[in-house]
Design a protein around this ligand. Structure first.
Ligand SMILES: Cc1cc2nc3c(=O)[nH]c(=O)nc-3n(C[C@H](O)[C@H](O)[C@H](O)COP(=O)(O)O)c2cc1C
Length: 370
């Protein structure tokens, strides 16, 4: 596909593009270990809101390195919209239960806000964090003090209500179809139900997230909310910093049937790491593999016993470093069945736009007067 310069392309107008001053109603999700500066920059250059993942914010220097890569690669497109060169395009996603929990967590967060003045920050799992002591305040207020828009990713209507009450600027509604961590399958909702109900409660920009991997999906999201947050489709892009062997599996999966939301990986990983995903966020959307075949659906007591009494942890821990996709989680959402190649994020973003336009035009041609 030949791609005209972004400046010559159409601008979309939804409450999201207005609030974030970007050309397209989409953002690339912050994915820990996957979404670095180059991936975010390519999405931003194409007109979306590209997000860098801060993960658990344990490596501030590493995050600064990714921010530099982002700045370096977006120099000519500052401001998103043509003619607007006034502010940074930087957007960073944090994890609510862990990013601010280390002894220097709040200082690090404030340092990033003060030093880099991001246009937006996102928090998830949960979106809200309050300073434990010393004057109160929360992560939403601190972002606003430094001029950043606050994006809350939520998995339930109750959390969407809480987000509205806490003065956030954008709500991302993560459905059960999503790749990566999210509410357990018995607690979550579909992205469509959640985003649609959230949109009815507020004038804030609302995005759907989970299973959205192409322009037809984006067009359908625009029927009930203001755009989409897309993860797995970008994980399968050249600029992703994720493991190449695991990434290849994304293009080999051939249906949404291959994806499962499961707590098995968290139960195992929580034994092996110091940062433990808490209930109710201790489940991931991932490709089915030997580990899920063996353990999903069995009781947590059984898994517990196997970890205590067999070499399961050793096998799992030992395999961690060799990217064995049959054993470790390959995080993926249900849109993975429609990803066929590893491509550049810039081209992918522009294609999503074209496909969305085609889908909208097709809808226009579907009705007629009798
Ligand atoms: C590999 C991967 C890593 C993720 N890491 C994070 C993360 O660090 N923080 C976060 O808020 N969400 C994370 N997510 C979830 C995304 O924010 C988003 O909700 C999800 O990717 C949307 O579903 P989709 O993958 O089907 O597009 C991750 C998702 C994936 C696939």
């Amino acid at each position: 596909m030949s791609t005209p310069p972004t400046s010559q392309r159409r601008a979309w107008k939804t409450p999201f593009t207005e609030a974030l001053r970007c050309r397209l109603p989409l953002l690339s999700a912050p994915m820990a270990g996957v979404a670095g500066g180059l991936l975010a920059a390519e999405v931003t250059r194409a007109g979306g809101l590209g997000m860098i993942a801060a993960g658990h914010l344990r490596d501030v220097v590493g995050l600064e390195g990714q921010i530099e890569i982002f700045e370096e690669n977006t120099k000519s497109t500052r401001g998103g919209r043509e003619g607007d060169r006034s502010s940074s395009d930087l957007a960073i996603g944090f994890i609510g239960f862990s990013s601010l929990a280390s002894p220097s967590g709040w200082e690090d967060y404030e340092y990033i806000l003060r030093r880099y003045r991001p246009k937006a920050v996102q928090f998830f799992a949960p979106f809200l964090a309050c300073r434990p002591s010393g004057g109160g305040g929360d992560n939403v207020g601190l972002a606003h003090e430094y001029g950043a828009k606050f994006i809350a990713q939520v998995g339930s209507v109750a959390d969407a209500r809480l987000a509205i009450r806490h003065g956030v600027d954008v709500i991302v509604c993560q459905g059960r179809e999503a790749g990566g961590h999210g509410l357990r399958r018995e607690l979550g909702n579909s992205a469509m139900s959640l985003a649609s109900q959230t949109k009815r409660m507020t004038d804030l920009p609302v995005l759907a997230s989970g299973g959205i991997a192409n322009g037809r999906h984006l067009a359908s999201a625009l029927c009930y909310c203001d755009g989409a947050s897309i993860g797995t489709r970008y994980w399968a892009c050249r600029e992703s910093i994720g493991d190449r062997l695991l990434q290849r599996r994304l293009t080999e999966a051939n249906a949404c049937d291959d994806v499962l939301r499961t707590t098995v990986f968290d139960q195992i990983q929580n034994e092996l790491t110091t940062v433990r995903w808490p209930h109710p966020y201790d489940s991931v959307g991932a490709l089915r593999n030997r580990t899920t075949e063996e353990w999903d659906g069995r009781s947590s007591d059984e898994l517990r016993r196997a970890m205590d009494e067999t070499d399961l942890l050793e096998r799992y821990g030992g395999f961690r470093d060799i990217s064995d996709a049959d054993v470790v989680p390959v995080l993926a959402g249900e849109g993975v069945g429609e990803i066929y190649d590893i491509e550049g994020a810039y081209e992918v973003t522009l294609r999503i736009e074209e496909e969305a336009m085609d889908a909208i035009n097709r809808l226009r041609s579907m009705h007629f007067n009798l």
